[in-house]
Write a protein that binds this ligand. Structure first.
Ligand code: PEP
Ligand code: MG
Length: 331
């Protein structure tokens, strides 16, 4: 089976009905790079930049960050890299940020507190430094810049102003950066962002659906809490309806939409997500071959039919059973 999966590396992620999808890899730490290169992934769809701040005692400055991004971009040799600015707060935390006095502090519920873009807009120097480092590194290959935890158009607007200002400042100093600036997009990982996706897509140049947090916030079940693990289900129709809204908004505004939560690694779930309108997925590198195999067996009509049924289903297990039935028919 390993060999068969290996052969998939060079084959396109094309449905049996002909439509071509994009399968990319998530990167959490640079050590994953060789695995990503091996996987046949078409670039990095989600570079989680939190590793820059983990196990670090001081905040990485602009030069240090650039030096970390550049080789990652170069290693993708022309395939795009989507770098997400740091999503700090909630379950993620760092010594360097705490030392610098940046953090969610002792909030009652950190997942609902100062995290992601909220934290960055409160500590703008952090955001400016990261934008500047990414812009400098972006001469090494195609890059996109992604904002985490957006819940309102105002957050996107403020971040975009800062992004443009950082770009102007670098140009004024004679620094070589791409013109126009790399696309600036947003994570759709709060119910608010999914419900407002049509408005957000006017200013966001691309959308990346984060089903890990979207599931948590939609179902009010913590992604890390074992006692409600049974309630945490990305196949819950409530989550799928929000995914559908985001996919539709992207389609209507002609903005690329990708999905980078854990469910993108699930070969059973991906055909359903295709039926909901998603054409690009970013997942753990090890999942790329298996997902590609599932995609190549699936037909668009079936994907659409499953999506219609899933949106009308009562719960996640009903959806899950349907997906397993479909996979069985393909064997
Ligand atoms: C998500 O929330 O689905 C996501 C991709 O971001 P993270 O898992 O890093 O919170
Ligand atoms: Mg998230």
């Amino acid at each position: 089976e390993r060999q068969a999966l290996g052969r998939l590396r060079r084959l396109p992620a094309r449905l049996s009905s002909g439509e071509v999808l994009t399968l990319q890899a998530n990167l959490e730490i640079p050590a994953e790079l060789p695995m990503i290169a091996q996987s046949g992934a078409a670039g990095i769809g989600l570079l989680r930049s939190e590793f820059l701040f983990m196990n670090a005692e001081t905040l990485p400055d602009e030069a240090r960050q650039e030096a970390l991004y550049r080789p990652l971009i170069e290693a993708m040799s022309g395939d795009p890299v989507t770098i997400r600015v740091v999503d700090w707060g909630s379950e993620k935390n760092s010594d360097a940020l705490t030392q610098a006095g940046i953090g969610a502090g002792s909030d009652v519920n950190p997942a609902l507190g100062l995290r992601g873009i909220r934290l960055l807009l409160r500590h703008r120097a952090l955001l400016e430094t990261q934008f500047a480092a990414i812009l400098r590194a972006a001469t090494a290959g195609p890059v996109r810049v992604l904002l985490p935890m957006v819940s309102s158009p105002a957050e996107l607007h403020k971040a975009r102003e800062i992004y443009a200002r950082v770009g102007r400042r670098l140009r004024r100093r004679g620094v070589d950066i791409p013109d126009p600036l790399p696309p600036l997009g947003i994570m759709i990982e709060t119910p608010a962002a999914a419900l407002m996706a049509d408005v957000l897509a006017q200013e966001a140049e691309f959308l990346a659906i984060g089903t890990n947090d979207l599931t948590m916030y939609t179902l009010a079940a913590d992604r890390a809490a074992t006692d409600v693990a049974g309630l945490y289900d990305p196949l819950h129709p409530a989550v799928l309806r929000l995914v559908r809204l985001a996919a539709d908004a992207g389609l209507r505004q002609r903005r690329p939409v990708s999905l980078c939560g854990e469910m993108a690694s699930d070969p059973l779930a991906v055909p359903l997500l295709v039926g909901l309108g998603v054409r690009s997925f970013s997942m753990h590198a090890s999942a790329v071959p298996r997902v590609k195999r599932a995609v190549r067996a699936a037909a668009m009509d079936d994907c659409r039919r499953m999506a219609c049924r899933a949106l009308e289903a009562a719960d996640g297990p009903e959806v899950s059973a349907m997906l397993m039935d479909y996979a069985a028919t393909l064997r």
